[in-house]
Design a protein around this ligand. Structure first.
Ligand SMILES: O=C(O)c1cc(=O)[nH]c(=O)n1[C@@H]1O[C@H](COP(=O)(O)O)[C@@H](O)[C@H]1O
Length: 249
């Protein structure tokens, strides 16, 4: 698979976003302090930490030199989402997530709001189908017909039309994403070191498999946060990603 322009614009460190899913500012600081003396990791702050620690903590992290991927998965009417993007862009975050299922007008409003930040413009990532969703759940619980893959590809196509910078999908759809919306960043959570579905994740892959399928950025939470030595786990995943990218050519 040939490298795309989006793919090449990322540093090695940005290939793995550490999901900092911890309950408080103190817990986040204690976790990050373990990296002292090492290069700062690329951090994803999700709803748990953002709601607990607030915007002030994000500003503290960005001032300390962290690149922040703010995963708040916005999904509301276009005006509300655009206003939220304006507020979040002011925090200096690099990436913001929103649900592609919010529709084209919502994503376009978000893009226009992000553009107002000029050179500080955050990149917008549209979540397609969550990695915790499986076929049974999509068809029978949520009531969306068709395959998870087709639904994810459809939403990614909509995200591209709305001018999003990237999409979030499982490793199972990554290759299809590269073929259909290859100019967008493909961000892949649901990473499990043994490739087996565990905890709440249903569509999972090993780091090697996800990279080989075309993922640009892996999002990894519990395999790092719950490891005995999180820094060693992170460094080992970064190395696995680098090797897998070398094999991908
Ligand atoms: O947008 C995300 O980051 C996301 C999308 C998705 O489909 N699945 C998913 O797991 N995530 C996030 O990725 C992280 C995965 O965490 P672990 O399952 O602990 O590795 C969590 O912070 C999720 O909120």
């Amino acid at each position: 698979m040939s490298a795309t322009s989006t793919d090449q614009s990322l540093s090695q460190r940005e290939r793995v976003a550490v999901a900092l899913d911890v309950p408080s500012w103190q817990a986040a600081e204690a976790f990050l302090n373990q990296w002292q003396g090492n290069e700062k990791p690329f951090i994803k702050v999700g709803m748990q930490l953002f709601y607990a620690a607030g915007p002030g903590f994000i500003q503290e992290l960005t001032a300390a030199g962290y690149d922040i991927f703010l995963d708040v998965k916005l999904h509301d009417i276009p005006n509300t989402v655009a206003s939220a993007v304006r507020s979040l862009a002011g925090l200096g975050v690099k990436w913001i997530t929103l649900h592609a299922s919010g529709g084209r007008a919502m994503m376009e409003a978000a893009r226009e709001a992000a553009e107002e930040a000029g050179s500080q413009r955050p990149r917008l990532l549209a979540v397609t189908q969550l990695t915790s969703t499986d076929q049974e759940m999509l068809n029978h619980e949520i009531g969306i017909p068709g395959t998870v893959r087709d639904s994810a590809l459809h939403l990614a196509d909509l995200a591209q039309q709305a001018g999003m910078d990237g999409i979030v999908c499982s490793g199972e759809e990554a290759r299809g994403m590269k073929e259909s919306v290859g100019s967008l960043f493909t961000v892949t959570p649901g990473i499990r070191l043994d490739g087996k579905a565990s905890e709440d994740q249903k569509r999972v892959m090993t780091p090697e498999a996800a990279i080989s399928e075309g993922a640009d950025i892996l999002v990894v939470g519990r395999p790092i946060t719950q490891a005995e030595d999180p820094v060693a786990a992170y460094q080992s995943i970064l190395k696995r990603v680098e090797e897998a990218r070398g094999n991908r050519g």
